[in-house]
Design a protein around this ligand. Sequence first.
Ligand SMILES: [Zn+2]
Length: 185
Amino acid sequence: MESCFVLPGDKVGSAEEFMPGHDTYVKGGYIYASTTGVVEIDQEHRYASVVPKANAPAKLQKGDIVVGEVIDMKESLIILSLAFKKGYEHRPLSDEEGTIHISNVKNSYVKDLRSMFGIRDIVKAKILDEKQLRLFTGEDDLGVIKAYCSRCLGTLVKKENALQCSACGHTESRKVSTSYGTGVI
Ligand SMILES: [Zn+2]
């Protein structure tokens, strides 16, 4: 499998070498793209196809809900490696990093980020601006949806106002989402 981006009318391959797959047409011995998308060559079955642009990774916009993993924590912000956008779970994001500034964690004042997030936490957040990917978690359903114990890496389970490690019993605090531990985004 190899891929490259094409526009309608772009040459996708030779009709001698490949069969025309979906979203292509043949003209003068060549296969052309009939839509904007990514070329997919099936070497085994000798098909050249175009996967429409809608199947390309989801575009991020202001107001979108995204899910990512905390990969770094600074004094006043955390950095998330984004995994996917809500509603586009099957189109993983790649190389997208977002940040949550301490002022965008809650609608109230936050003194210490370390009581809100931990490394490896999975966080659901809203995009404030798509250029710098600044994120916000100041709504009830936003925040940490999965977290691990900082002592033993056990899974933390939601208990009233805190999270408790299912393995060692250690309690920790987070800015938890109402969907914490439900598996529902
Ligand atoms: Zn533990």
